[in-house]
Design a binder for this molecule. Structure first.
Ligand code: GLA
Length: 390
C-alpha cells in the first residue's frame, strides 16, 4: 500500500522524499444502533480496512487534497486562511472541516500540505468512511505539526471530528463512529457509554465464527437521509418524558420505567422512536454481558432483535437491508444478523460459522440480486486497531 501511495503521490504532486504515510480504520457497529445521541451504549469495533494517506507539509498556506477514490474530481485546492465555511468541495469538506475545527480550537497549523487519500472501505456504506477520513486527517495533522499527544489525545480527536461533522458537514451524528475509529483496538470491540464516554474493551472471541458484512449498494448520504429527523423525534419524546421524570437522556430509562411513563409522549411515532432507543440500549448492555460469558448464541439473538426494532419501531431499514438480514436469518450457521450504521441503505453485519461463510455469501447474494435487481458485496472482516503511522 505504501509503495502504491508513494507512486500516486509523486504522479499527482511530483517526486518528493518527505512523504509520510498514515492509516485510520473504518468501523462496524455490532449492536447499539441510534443510541449514541440518546445517551445510551454502543458496541462498535474498528476494522482492518480503512483509509490511507500520503502527506507532505508545504512551506506556504496552500492545501491540496486528492483522493484515489474520487480521482475524477482531480486535485481540490484550498488554503489554511480560506477554510472558513466554504463547503463546496465535495469529499474534501471532511478534511477541511477537521482542519477548521482544529484551528478554531487553537491548534497551531502553521502551513498547508499536499495529501493523497486512498480508502478500501466502500463509500456511503455505513462503515464510516467519512469518520475514517476525519480521524485520519486529525491524526496526521497532529503528527506533521507535532502536537503533543497530551493536547490532542485520541478521545479529544474523536470529539473534535464529531464537532467537524456536526458543524461543518451538517450531520448531527453522535460520537460512536469517531470514537470507535480513534480508539480502535485489535480483536476488541468498544463498549462505550455515550452518556459520559466511559468505555471498556471487550475481546471479540467468536470461536469458530466470522464477521461478515454485506453491502447493499444502496447509496445514501447522511446529510440527505432521515438521520437528523430521527434525532429530533427522539428529542421531542425526551422533552415530554422530562415533564414526569428527572432525566437528561433516553438512555437513563430502564424498559420498565419507560413502559410506565411512555404515554406522556402522546405521539405514536415518537413513542416508537423512544422505545427503540430505550430497548436498544438495554439490549446492548445484555449483549456485552452475553459475550463476556461466551454466550454467542444469546449475542446473536439480541442482534436479530436489534434489527427488528430498527425495522419496525425506528424505521431506518428499507427493503434492501431487510432482504439481506431476513435472508441471512434463514441460512444455516448464522448466529445473528442486523443492519449496521445509520441505516436507510448501507451494510448489514452477520456473525456466521466459519464453515458456512461461503454458502452464506452465495445464497444471500442470489436472493438479494433476484429481489432487488442488483448485487450486494460481501466482506469477511477482521477487527483492527486505531490510527497509525505506516
Ligand atoms: C451514524 C452516526 C452515528 C450513529 C449511527 C447509528 O453512523 O454517525 O453517530 O448515530 O449512525 O447508530
Amino acid at each position: 500500500m505504501k509503495q502504491m501511495l508513494q507512486k500516486e503521490f509523486e504522479r499527482v504532486y511530483g517526486v518528493s522524499e518527505e512523504i509520510q504515510f498514515f492509516f485510520a480504520p473504518g468501523r462496524v457497529n455490532l449492536i447499539g444502533e441510534h443510541t449514541d445521541y440518546n445517551g445510551g451504549h454502543v458496541f462498535p469495533c474498528a476494522l482492518t480496512i480503512g483509509t490511507y494517506a500520503a502527506v507532505k507539509r508545504r512551506e506556504d498556506q496552500k492545501l491540496r487534497f486528492y483522493s484515489m477514490n474520487f480521482s475524477q474530481l482531480g486535485i481540490i485546492e484550498s488554503s489554511i486562511d480560506k477554510l472558513l465555511n466554504i463547503k463546496e468541495d465535495d469529499w474534501a469538506n471532511y478534511p477541511k472541516g477537521v482542519l477548521k475545527t482544529l484551528i478554531d480550537e487553537g491548534f497551531s497549523v502553521t502551513s498547508g500540505f499536499d495529501v493523497v487519500y486512498c480508502g478500501n472501505i466502500p463509500n456511503s456504506s455505513g462503515l464510516s468512511s467519512s469518520a475514517s477520513i476525519e480521524v485520519l486527517t486529525a491524526y496526521f495533522v497532529s503528527k506533521i505539526f507535532d502536537f503533543s499527544s497530551k493536547s490532542l489525545d485520541m478521545i479529544t480527536t474523536a470529539k473534535l471530528c464529531q464537532k467537524a461533522e456536526n458543524e461543518f458537514i451538517g450531520v448531527n451524528c453522535g460520537i460512536m463512529d469517531q470514537f470507535a475509529i480513534a480508539m480502535g483496538k485489535k480483536d476488541h470491540a468498544i463498549f462505550l457509554d455515550t452518556f459520559d464516554l466511559s468505555y471498556e474493551y471487550a475481546p471479540i472471541r467468536l470461536n469458530d465464527a466470522k464477521i461478515v458484512i454485506a453491502c447493499s449498494n444502496k447509496k445514501r448520504g447522511l446529510g440527505d437521509s432521515k438521520y437528523n429527523e430521527r434525532r429530533s423525534e427522539c428529542e421531542a419524546a425526551l422533552k415530554k418524558l422530562k415533564t414526569v421524570r428527572n432525566i437528561t437522556s433516553l438512555g437513563e430509562l430502564t424498559i420498565e420505567e419507560f413502559e410506565t411513563v411512555k404515554d406522556v409522549i402522546q405521539d405514536e411515532v415518537k413513542c416508537r422512536r423512544a422505545k427503540h432507543a430505550v430497548y436498544e440500549n438495554q439490549r446492548t448492555i445484555q449483549a456485552v454481558e452475553a459475550l463476556k460469558k461466551n454466550d454467542i448464541k444469546q449475542f446473536g439473538k439480541l442482534m436479530n432483535e436489534s434489527h427488528q426494532s430498527l425495522r419496525d419501531d425506528y424505521e431506518v431499514t428499507g427493503i434492501e437491508l431487510d432482504t439481506l438480514v431476513e435472508t441471512a436469518w434463514n441460512q444455516s450457521g448464522v448466529i445473528g444478523s442486523r443492519m449496521t450504521g445509520a441505516g436507510f441503505g448501507g451494510c448489514t453485519v452477520s456473525i456466521v460459522k466459519s464453515d458456512c461463510v461461503e454458502e452464506f455469501i452465495k445464497q444471500v447474494g442470489i436472493v438479494y440480486k433476484e429481489k432487488i435487481g442488483y448485487e450486494a458485496n460481501f466482506y469477511v472482516v477482521e477487527v483492527g486497531g486505531g490510527p497509525c503511522n505506516l
